[in-house]
Write a protein that binds this ligand. Sequence first.
Ligand code: SF4
Length: 357
Amino acid sequence: MKTQRDSAVEDFAPALITWQKRHGRHDLPWQQTRDPYAVWLSEIMLQQTQVTAVIPYYRRFLERFPTIRALAAAPADDVLALWSGLGYYSRARNLHRAAQIMVAEHSGQFPQTLDAVMALPGIGRSTAAAILVFAFGQRGAILDGNVKRVLSRVRGIAGYPGESAVTAQLWAEAELLLAKTGLRAYTQGLMDLGATVCARRNPRCAECPVQKLCVAYKSGRTAELPMPKPRKVLPQRRTQMLILQRAGEVMLEKRPSSGIWGGLWCFPETDADADAAAVCAQRYSATVELRETLPVIAHGFTHYHLDILPQPALVKSWPLRAAEPGLIWLSIEEAGEAAIPTPVRSILAQLARSRGS
Ligand code: SF4
């Protein structure tokens, strides 16, 4: 008796091939050729560009450089000029270099083994396999972005497909499901299914040839799979800002030129749990009277989140000179005009509000 998993594996390729023959795409220009050079060109152009945008570029490129040798002999500027508007120009530079390598090392012929094709610049495992399938009818699994989505859903693979362990699992599934024969229709079918039916949002499952085998469909998880890139959990840090106030003015300190908020004016900082009065005594020989803390300001940096605890303190005695280097006393309005970071601006706004209330 066949297990459910066995039947899903066995039935996948035949269902896809039958569907591709009836409903898949057959009239794309690169489907009318088995010239590995033209197939390679189409696969590279399609990597980051939509089919409709690729077609005129593909035609012009082949007209101007009809062979590997013609491309290899062209000046790099001419190749880039023909690519102009397609974007991701490293693709054009890699094509050009790969053509030159083929002339130098493969007598101007496209290599026919996976390793040799993958050794060329700009060709990964999936693209190499697609070229070998379409040009030479070889048997090999592909796993581009669309196929990752289809297989994540069909096989119910959780996790972000960009993670290496998940990618490895998807490659294993791609190999397992691979058709035994009819590789061109099968590979094209996978591409067509991903591009036209199993869309990222709102897949058209009612029209899908592998619906009966699809774990995501059967378990109602088509919106959940494949899982998105996990958001990095950033470390949380805390700091305390001392809002020293004297005669209607607040004190700002110039920060060192390097580090966060380098060179900006800021309230003096100290450890979140430090005794603010003791810090003022030690740092400025000042006596202060602490007031109620203001609401915490949450500030996000690229690498961490910072919670800022604003601690107002009324200055009772200030033995330092008024114009101490790197320190400045300003009214709240004047401070708002200075070169200050956003959280300081927020604290000034809180002070202005509490003064008005
Ligand atoms: Fe994609 Fe839906 Fe088909 Fe599953 S049933 S492969 S989710 S289109």
